[in-house]
Ligand binder design. Structure first.
Ligand SMILES: Nc1ncnc2c1ncn2[C@@H]1O[C@H](COP(=O)(O)OP(=O)(O)OP(=O)(O)O)[C@@H](O)[C@H]1O
Ligand SMILES: [Mg+2]
Length: 230
């Protein structure tokens, strides 16, 4: 059986880019030949809607609309991924609290927190991260959390504050994603940034590569740990 990497996108603050990150990451992995599933825990169903628009000619992504779960079937059956799935991307809703974190964190290999460059968003993110760390501490998974600055127009001073805060907690700030309508254009077609044929998105692909490299490294460390554990 192939080992899978489960990547959870989380931030209680609405509109910070959770679904954009989830859909682009799912599209990235599928496009690069990984068997991928997209779990949507948001009752708004945005990630599921994006997937419904995905052309059948594009690399397939398994849709799991977790938010539709009802008790008529067992939960594990409803949420099951196809055999040999290599990447499981989890989109979560805004307004999630500690108990929700607990459930999502349970099987997470990586937790990504997108943050917008405003004082209010950074303030909200720091509360969310503090809560998350409390839960993560119980799971001993602190090193698997990373923050992504989203919708950045230029190098903003406001991030220095966030960077200092993250540094004090030992959480990496893995990449910065630009504010660009290319994300909207890709989403409208059920695609990810990596599937657009645009000369305009080269810098964006570099930014994505930082995140992918961090996730790859995490997976390597994990398999090394598994090997040494026996
Ligand atoms: N880097 C970006 N550049 C341009 N537009 C973006 C970018 N990231 C997100 N957006 C846009 O911002 C809006 C909110 O993004 P998104 O839906 O991904 O946030 P969210 O955190 O999932 O929101 P919610 O909390 O409601 O689920 C969307 O219209 C999306 O297209
Ligand atoms: Mg969303």
């Amino acid at each position: 059986m192939t080992a899978s990497q489960r990547i959870v996108i989380l931030n209680s603050k609405g509109g910070c880019g959770k679904t954009t990150l989830a859909t682009n990451l799912a599209a990235y992995y599928a496009h690069h030949g990984f068997k991928t599933a997209l779990l949507d825990y948001d009752p708004q169903g945005s990630a599921t809607f994006w997937l419904s628009k995905r052309p059948s000619t594009r690399a397939k992504i398994q849709a799991i609309p977790a938010y539709k779960y009802s008790h008529s079937v067992t939960r594990s059956w409803f949420l099951r991924v196809e055999p040999n799935t290599e990447r499981i991307i989890v989109d979560s809703p805004a307004g999630l609290e500690m108990s929700g974190f607990q459930q999502l964190l349970d099987k997470a290999d990586a937790i990504l927190i997108p943050v917008l460059p405003s004082d209010i968003d950074i303030h909200a993110a720091s509360h969310c991260i503090a809560d998350l760390l409390l839960v993560a501490k119980q799971h001993r998974r602190r090193q698997r959390i990373a923050v992504i600055a989203n919708r950045v127009r230029k190098n903003l001073l406001v991030y220095q504050k966030l960077e200092r805060f993250l540094k004090s907690l030992g959480i990496p700030f893995v990449t910065t994603l630009r504010d660009t309508t290319l994300y909207v254009q890709a989403a409208d077609q059920g695609l990810g940034m990596h599937e657009l044929h645009s000369y305009r998105n080269r810098d964006d692909l570099d930014s994505w590569q930082h995140l992918i490299t961090w996730l790859d490294q995490l997976e390597k460390n994990e398999s090394r740990r598994d090997d040494s554990a026996g």
